[in-house]
Write a new protein. Structure first.
Length: 95
C-alpha cells in the first residue's frame, strides 16, 4: 500500500481538491479544467464532463478510498457537490 492510499484511507473524506484532481485525471482533461468551487452546483454535462468520466471518477475514488459507490447513486449525482456529498456520506457510513 502506498503512502497516498494510506493517507486517504485515514482521512476518510474526499476534499474538493482531491476530487478535482481525480476527475481531471479520469476525464483526460487539462489542468485548466472548468471545475472550481464556484461551479459546485453546475451539472457535470454543462461543465463538459459526460457520464463515463463521472463513472470512471467514481471507480477511481472507490479504489483509492476503499469505498463502494453504486452506479445508480453516481448517476443521480449530477453536480460536483452532489458527487462529493455522495462519496463523503459513503465514507462516513463505512467508518
Amino acid at each position: 500500500m502506498n503512502d497516498q492510499v494510506i493517507e486517504e484511507s485515514v482521512r476518510r473524506e474526499l476534499l474538493f481538491t482531491d476530487f478535482r484532481a481525480i476527475l481531471v485525471e479520469c476525464a483526460g482533461d487539462e489542468e485548466d479544467s472548468p471545475l472550481t468551487e464556484a461551479v459546485l452546483d453546475v451539472p457535470f454535462t454543462d461543465l463538459g464532463y459526460d457520464s463515463l468520466a463521472v463513472l470512471e471518477t467514481a471507480a477511481a475514488v472507490g479504489q483509492r478510498y476503499d469505498v463502494t459507490l453504486r452506479d445508480e447513486d453516481v448517476a443521480e449525482a449530477v453536480t460536483p457537490r452532489a458527487f462529493l456529498l455522495l462519496v463523503n456520506h459513503a465514507l462516513s457510513s463505512a467508518a
